[in-house]
Design a protein around this ligand. Structure first.
Ligand SMILES: Nc1ncnc2c1ncn2[C@@H]1O[C@H](COP(=O)(O)OP(=O)(O)OP(=O)(O)O)[C@@H](O)[C@H]1O
Ligand SMILES: [Mg+2]
Length: 582
């Protein structure tokens, strides 16, 4: 007899409840407020509902009720010795059924882990004694996203979620794109950390669009040069395969037309830059007209400039040593076998800014393709921070192939065991078709109206009512929706221990400088990093073609100032900065 109201009408999955006058309430502290779970007692089950509106308008003079509440019927607890919760309602309430605030016991039943595949991410806001479990299988296989303004605890939440996933799914491999180099210490021994110093990503793994992006520094390529490249790259690949084969059978080099080998410009097989350049040179030599030679000349010097740039060492140094190393690269990047480290953290902040997009594109594409060609026997979670940079809603922003690669994982990944986790501060700037594929959403505070509108369109009606809380959520507070959670839930992420908190390496390196004062060593060290990061542009400044080209493709406007510092935050160079400061 703890009802505070009774059902007065039922329509579809919604009901209206008459709320009793305070004097008639059994418990004076019962407060029917929006967002609370209530239970409706029916004969064979208890229906779990959420209050979405409370009003005393339209209430005809009544002695019994002082207000009405609208509730969404979300699921039901079926009785028996071991009560069980299921989503959706099969037995609808009837007029007069009693409505109560849900008991802790019932909430516990709703959130009880239904299998072993559940992770503990925090506690319910309504009742902190109840653990909020997330179903890993549902969350992973249908992709997830973590959304929220800056500083609300997204990265910390990601550290928490991934650590829990690692515990519950030791066989899953995780690949994390760490845009700000902040996750390096979060996963301890279980993660391999890659950066430009230790990454080996041979240039021949880049497809045509990606290698063009590298050669032209993020600018659209010059059409005449692209035509030449498109012709000679497949030939260089054909030549390389012939060398390999002739070496193997000991027949010496027998040159058949490399075009007959049948490679396309995108086939991921090795080729050598010396072959590429000599093929271009050969073509140039056949030309009578001096002015048309200039194009060939420019292309050769462009390739040379990039190849000799120390910042591109990760893709050019020793790229042809060891022959076809694709298997080694894949097994190293994607942890096959895992050898106790099932996770890779790809730190992106040390890469030359103009090449990050193509590197991300290559990694994302290879993750998907490996899943595809292996029929998903070795599932992988691909997690992308600052996802709006790589898959922007505005098609003029960002790099097309990266968007294509992310979108492919979003649309088809689950068939091949490649799952996506997206993190963004600006959901409205993320490609809507990609976010619509994320079936579990962890939404943290979002102040922007556009972001809230996008969310409203992405979640079910029942959940949409919870979204009114989004602008007022505190740090660590989350609204979780979708397949991974039993019900749309307002929860608080667990406290993450200090050693698992993501922390920008840049902050670590520069914080002492603030207390120590900004002396000349500090300024010189900054300049050194700054110049190092922009020396590539200087080295190509004499290239006659470079100034004729259109400007690099735009970044998301608000990104530009954020990206700027990361140009210089090469971890390789932190040691330079740290030494004089300590
Ligand atoms: N679950 C948590 N446990 C402990 N501390 C937390 C937690 N969540 C957030 N914090 C605190 O809040 C700070 C900001 O969190 P975090 O860096 O995760 O925010 P963010 O949303 O990723 O921000 P940004 O958008 O700037 O990347 C953290 O440094 C940490 O001190
Ligand atoms: Mg963050």
């Amino acid at each position: 007899m703890t009802s505070f109201g009774r059902v007065i009408s039922v329509r579809g999955s919604q009901a209206r409840v008459g709320l009793m006058a305070a004097g008639q309430m059994p418990l004076p502290e019962v407060r029917a407020t929006v967002g609370r779970f209530v239970s409706i007692r029916c004969t064979t089950s208890v229906i779990v509902a959420m209050i979405t509106e409370v009003s005393c308008e339209d209430l005809h003079a009544s002695d019994t009720y002082v207000a009405t509440a609208s509730v969404d019927l979300l699921g039901e607890i079926l009785g028996g010795a071991r009560p069980k919760f299921q989503r959706g309602v099969t037995n609808y309430p009837t007029i007069g059924d009693g409505v109560e605030l849900i008991t802790s016991e019932e909430l516990r039943t709703v959130y009880a882990p239904s299998g072993s595949d559940q992770i503990n991410v925090g506690t319910l806001q309504q009742d902190p004694s109840i653990i909020a479990y997330v179903d890993v299988e549902e969350m992973l296989s249908k992709h997830f996203a973590v959304l929220g303004s800056t500083g609300v605890g997204k990265s910390t939440g990601v550290s928490l979620l991934l650590n829990e996933i690692l515990k519950s799914r030791p066989s899953l491999r995780i690949f994390l794109l760490d845009v700000h180099n902040e996750y390096g210490r979060c996963f301890g021994e279980r993660a391999q950390v890659l950066n430009p110093r230790n990454l080996k990503l041979p240039f021949w793994l880049f497809n045509f669009e990606e290698i063009v992006d590298v050669l032209f520094g993020g600018r659209p390529g010059v059409p005449e040069e692209l035509d030449i490249l498109a012709e000679v790259i497949p030939m260089a690949k054909g030549l390389y395969t012939q060398y390999q084969n002739s070496d193997r059978v000991g027949l010496g080099l027998k040159r058949v037309d490399p075009r007959q080998v049948g490679y396309t410009v995108d086939t991921p097989v090795p080729y050598r830059l010396v072959d590429l350049i000599s093929l271009i040179d050969e073509r140039m030599g056949k030309l009578e007209n001096r002015s048309s030679r200039i194009i060939y000349h420019k292309l050769i010097s462009r390739i040379d400039a990039v190849r000799n740039d120390p910042r591109y060492a990760f893709m050019f140094d020793n790229a042809n040593v060891g022959g076809d190393t694709m298997a080694e690269v894949i097994s190293y990047l994607f942890r096959l076998p895992a050898n106790g480290k099932p996770m890779t953290i790809m730190q992106l902040a040390g890469f030359p800014a103009e090449v990050v997009d193509s590197v991300v594109s290559v990694l994302c594409r290879m993750a998907f393709d490996f899943g595809l060609w292996s029929d998903g026997v070795s599932p992988m979670l691909f997690v992308c921070e600052e996802a709006h940079r790589y898959a922007s809603a505005d098609r003029n922003i960002g790099f097309g192939p990266t968007r294509k690669a992310v979108s492919r994982i979003a649309k088809e990944g689950r068939k091949y065991g490649v799952y996506l986790g997206l993190i963004t501060q600006r959901p409205a700037e993320l490609d809507a078709t990609i976010i619509s594929q994320c079936n579990t959403l962890f939404t943290m505070r979002l102040a922007n109206d556009r972001d809230q509108a996008l969310l409203r369109s992405a979640v079910s009606d029942a959940a949409a009512n919870l979204l009114s809380f989004v602008p007022s959520l505190g740090t660590r507070e989350v609204l979780a929706f979708g397949e991974g959670v039993a019900l749309p839930t307002r929860l608080r992420f667990k406290e993450v221990p200090p050693h698992q908190l993501p922390r920008g390496e840049a902050t670590i390196a520069t914080v002492p400088s603030v207390t120590a004062g900004h002396d000349m060593h500090f300024v010189s060290a900054v300049l050194e990093r700054w110049r190092g990061a922009t020396s590539h542009r200087d080295s190509t400044a004499n290239d006659p073609g470079i100034n004729d080209r259109p400007p690099p493709r735009p970044m998301a406007p608000a990104e530009a100032p954020m990206l700027q510092p990361s140009l210089g935050l090469d971890p390789d160079r932190f040691s330079l900065l740290k030494k004089p400061l300590r």
